[in-house]
Design a protein. Structure first.
Length: 178
């Protein structure tokens, strides 16, 4: 290892820790080779163990990737061990590197943003579920409303933003096309 490589590794580790991004390095057989402290807090100490949970469950269920052992994968707003994260996997034939970025702070910021946009109390409840990635069916069950009522609320929310010429980044794109 050169002095530059050591500096790069140290700087990367410090940067990821300072923003609480979890990192885990696995071999091609999903055996955990290394985790940072934040990853251990989320997933527990998995050193030397084969991992099939959390990010590896996302990886295993991903049928969209033509080559499993090549390239990056991004899974936004994913529930991993009881909290939401943006998950990035960097995959090669030798390693799978996982980055977990917690979304609790981003969800709180997004909800605060929406609160200042003139939404009704019910619209704010609905948007809080939407930004967490909760499905329409689950929102209906949680709020005891029909799908038609939910659709009306969502259309009202989207209309309010369209009238302002805004496109909030935290509303998933597939919901905006409805």
């Amino acid at each position: 290892m050169t002095a530059t490589t050591g500096y790069l590794e140290t700087t990367l580790e410090q940067s990821l820790e300072s923003v609480e991004i979890a990192i885990c390095i696995k071999d091609s057989g999903k055996r955990v080779l290394s985790q940072n402290e934040y990853c251990r807090r989320i997933c527990g100490d998995q050193s030397g163990k084969v991992c099939n949970q959390g990010c590896m469950a996302l990886y295993a269920s991903d049928r969209k990737q033509q080559w499993k052992d090549w390239g990056p994968r991004v899974y936004r707003n994913s529930l991993i061990h009881d909290s939401f994260h943006d998950v990035t996997l960097l995959c090669s034939a030798e390693h799978i590197i996982t980055f977990l970025q917690p979304l609790s702070e981003k969800h709180a910021q997004a909800l605060e943003y929406f609160r200042g946009k003139g939404l009704t109390r019910r619209e704010t409840q609905i948007i809080s579920h939407v930004i967490q990635g909760i499905s329409n069916t689950s929102i209906c069950k949680r709020l005891a409303i029909s799908k038609a009522t939910l659709r009306t609320h969502l259309n009202n929310i989207y209309r309010k933003f369209r009238e302002r010429g805004e496109l909030p980044e935290f509303i998933p794109a597939n919901r905006l096309s409805d």
